[in-house]
Design a binder for this molecule. Structure first.
Ligand SMILES: Cc1cc2nc3c(=O)[nH]c(=O)nc-3n(C[C@H](O)[C@H](O)[C@H](O)COP(=O)(O)OP(=O)(O)OC[C@H]3O[C@@H](n4cnc5c(N)ncnc54)[C@H](O)[C@@H]3O)c2cc1C
Length: 308
């Protein structure tokens, strides 16, 4: 089911059908702050009010023309200006395929560096999300080149990839801030651990490389076992609670988010917004069967789905 949903998340035919449907739009709002920047700003104020940090993500990936990539870059500059105007404690997450990586690596590097220069001038930070494995190598290289010029940029490592440990070592040597996650795409067993227990073990292994590095990293997970392993390791190694942050997605495990803040940990909420929410929404459904069941029940309320 996970593979099917991830496969469907790339469907250009299904997207308009789901996105026009009123029920899916309502269900998607659990995971997406809204379609306008104002919605994301409102969500970020709310998050900051609860003593949490935010990362704003303008949804969009795989743009197919240069004008679309340039528009996305302009939008990101405007987001940073709005963050500054609103005095939000927030940075930005973006995807390189939104900045034209499918079209030209040079164009993508140029647009990214324009955004990173703007963010660095404002003392802010750009997180380059990690997409499917077709983009891993290029993302690592682009992130390293940008980091060699500017402080305000970092990227993401996915613990399901066999190559992740070597990438972590390379990027740490380049002084790169990293977000550690498990990975959200459909990857074959030739390049990614198929079993959850191996993904989790690699996650813990990489967390133990990140935390003592002296660089400020993000531990992105809703998994209580990963969170506990991080807390235990930090305590054992005397690593302060302000030396790293936990990160979670908007609308997921808010109970855990609040608990971590009460315990004195730093917690950043990833706030996606925008009209292009279909692939993001499908990845969230794929992560948890209960989400899919909830969605199916909302679509077919009078059916016997999930009847006791
Ligand atoms: C801040 C942040 C940024 C991310 N950035 C990227 C990225 O750049 N690239 C990438 O490939 N992936 C990214 N991810 C997604 C990540 O790779 C995982 O797919 C996702 O976080 C689920 O893994 P988990 O660590 O929560 O553990 P899991 O073992 O998948 O889940 C543990 C528990 O968390 C809860 N949970 C997890 N997902 C959901 C959900 N969708 N709905 C409801 N409950 C859920 C459930 O209670 C579940 O039992 C990001 C995740 C976070 C939190």
């Amino acid at each position: 089911m996970r593979s099917l949903l991830l496969h469907l998340s790339e469907s250009k035919r299904l997207a308009p059908f789901i996105m026009k449907n009123g029920v899916s739009r309502r269900v998607a709002r659990r995971f997406v702050a809204g379609e306008a920047l104002d919605d994301a700003v409102e969500a970020a104020h709310h998050v900051n009010h609860s003593l949490q940090l935010a990362s704003l993500d303008l949804l969009g990936e795989n743009v197919s023309d240069e004008a679309g990539a340039r528009r996305a870059a302009d939008n990101y500059i405007a987001i940073f200006d709005r963050i500054a105007e609103e005095h939000l404690d927030a940075n930005v997450s973006l995807k390189l395929t939104q900045l034209g990586l499918d079209l030209s690596e040079n164009l993508c590097q140029e647009l990214l560096e324009g955004i990173v220069a703007h963010a660095t001038n404002q003392g802010n930070f750009v997180r380059i999300d990690m997409e499917g494995s077709a983009y891993t190598q290029r993302t690592v290289e682009i992130a390293k080149r940008a980091r060699a010029k500017y402080a305000g940029v970092g990227t993401v490592m996915q613990s399901y990839l066999y190559r992740a440990e070597q990438d972590v070592r390379d990027l740490l040597a380049a002084g790169c801030r990293l977000r550690l996650c498990k990975g959200a795409y459909n990857e074959p067993p030739e390049i990614a651990f198929p079993k959850k227990e191996d993904v989790d073990a690699n996650y813990v292994k990489m967390m133990k490389l990140l935390l003592p590095s002296g660089i400020y990293h993000g531990i992105a997970t809703h998994d209580p076992a990963m969170i506990q392993a991080t807390k235990d390791f930090a305590r054992e190694k005397n690593i302060g609670r302000d030396a790293f942050e936990f990160q979670m997605l908007y609308g997921i495990r808010t109970d855990l988010q609040h608990r971590l803040v009460r315990e004195g940990y730093r917690l950043r909420v990833y706030i996606p917004f925008g009209t292009d929410w279909f692939p993001y929404f499908m990845r969230r459904l794929a992560e948890r069967p209960a989400n899919l069941l909830f969605f199916a029940r909302s679509l077919f309320p009078r059916s016997s789905l999930g009847a006791e």
